[in-house]
Design a protein around this ligand. Structure first.
Ligand code: NAD
Length: 422
């Protein structure tokens, strides 16, 4: 099939490269000329395991351009994969989706043959039906479902393992408005061995939000149980192992710690809450999920204060600033509220992260950044905030360590060790 992809970020480029590897011809569009040039030289503009190899191996099947005309006129189906970042009020910013939709619709206006437009960006339930379709119809002067097709195909990949997640998903969700789009999507995913869910565009949108909000809620739940366990002097991981044997519960996403961050869970939970708020519907579960997550990093400080009641003028080392290991991404990293709380307590913070310090400096310019993890150890206590493997190799002898990420090896060398929920 001839496919066009709008937006060459994590979702767009990974989808494009994977479709190319399945034998389709893919044209990627981005407004960023530098990204376009890189892709045309078979170099990925983002770091994602296996992506460069796919771009090189299937270079005859994939090209990039800044021209919507070239992409839409030479393809049968267009996937909109642009970003949907959070606005101040938690709502998603649809401006990139709007720009892409209008540009695609201008091409639909000129095109004779049938073409389908599929939203892959994460958009709140109702967006494709009540926002994207009216915009496509207005600009193209054509009718959705009759003159052109519409679908919604949410993406569930995780950064770091995105290629593998795309090619081997647990399920594919194909929302559609018209039968021709349903058939095109079914053909595209025909060789996937997972279940394919065919449904309406609004159900597809809600499946994406409900999945992410559920996973966020599962983590917040075990973190709350973890705080109970800490109070009781028991290990929440023993509890999680016992719970996880129940097939209805399963063990995954029961790893208690200092909470979730990154580009998806915070944005998606806030967006669904903001949508519910606007619709006048209560969102108590999602509210609590977010509230529990916001409070969890401060549990570390509570535990720290058991050992050092007055933190003023003490030096506390923070190991890890990225929201998870193996990335420089600090979006909604739990280290942000943690460092903020420490600074407000009058602490001198010494921090280190193998990749994320430059990004963190933009938020906290006044704390002290170390050249190595070892330098952080010269402090009154050390907090583990991100589970970078290299932290386990350090010698913590004589140190008080408060661990937010279950790095049990550290316990062996530390003088005193406490986990946030164990
Ligand atoms: P991203 O910010 O990495 O990439 C978006 C790309 O779109 C950028 O390259 C940008 O230059 C380009 N762009 C912006 N406006 C454009 C326009 N008008 N025309 C052409 N290109 C344009 O975003 P991402 O992480 O790939 O996320 C895309 C969507 O997928 C979001 O809705 C996100 O929530 C969702 N999603 C992301 C992930 C993830 O792990 N990153 C997983 C599942 C779903």
């Amino acid at each position: 099939m001839n496919i066009s992809i709008i937006g060459t970020g994590y979702v767009g480029l990974v989808s494009g490269a994977c479709f190319a590897s399945l034998g389709h011809h893919v044209v990627c569009v981005d407004v960023d000329k530098e990204k376009v040039d890189k892709i045309n030289n078979s170099v990925s503009p983002i770091y994602e395991k296996g992506l460069d190899a796919l771009l090189q191996e299937y270079k005859d099947n994939i090209e990039a351009t800044t021209s919507y005309e070239k992409a839409v006129q030479n393809s049968d189906i267009t996937f909109i994969c642009v970003g949907t970042p959070s606005l101040e009020n938690g709502d998603i910013d649809l401006s990139f989706v709007d720009q892409a939709t209008k540009a695609v619709a201008s091409e639909l206006k000129k095109k004779d043959g049938f073409h389908s437009v599929v939203v892959k960006s994460t958009v709140v339930p109702g967006t494709t039906e009540h926002h994207v379709i009216p915009l496509l119809e207005k600009v193209s002067g054509k009718k959705a479902g009759k003159d052109f097709g519409v679908g919604m195909n949410p993406e569930f990949l995780r950064e770091g393992v995105a290629v593998d997640d795309f090619l081997h998903p647990d399920r594919v969700v194909n929302g559609y408005v018209d039968d021709r789009t349903r058939k095109m999507l079914a053909e595209l995913y025909a060789d996937f061995s997972c279940p394919i869910v065919e449904t309406s565009v609004t159900v597809a949108e809600m499946i994406k939000y409900a999945s992410n909000c559920f996973l966020a809620a599962k983590i917040s739940f075990i973190n709350e149980i973890g705080n109970f366990c800490k109070h009781l002097g028991i290990d929440v991981y023993d509890v999680a192992d016992g719970m996880g044997l129940d097939k209805r519960i399963k063990r995954s996403f029961l790893n208690a710690g200092i909470g979730w961050g990154g580009s998806c869970f915070p944005k998606d939970t806030k967006a669904l809450r903001a949508w519910a708020d606007k619709e006048g519907i209560s969102s108590d579960m999602i509210d609590s999920t977010i509230k529990t997550n916001d409070k969890q990093p401060t549990q570390l400080v509570k535990i720290l204060k058991k050992h050092i009641p007055n933190l003023k003028d003490k030096t506390i080392g923070v190991l890890g600033l990225a929201f998870k290991p193996d990335t420089d991404d600090i979006r909604d990293s739990r280290s942000i509220p943690l460092v903020d709380t420490l600074v407000k307590e009058g602490v001198t913070v010494k921090a280190f992260d193998p990749k994320a310090m430059d990004n963190f400096k933009k938020l906290f310019s006044d704390i002290s950044y170390c050249d190595s993890a070892k330098q952080v150890l010269d402090a009154d206590a050390v907090i583990i905030a991100t589970a970078w493997e290299e932290f386990e190799q350090l010698d913590f002898s004589g140190k008080l360590v408060i661990d937010g990420r279950r790095m049990l090896k550290i316990k062996e060398s530390a003088k005193e060790y406490e986990g946030v929920c164990w």
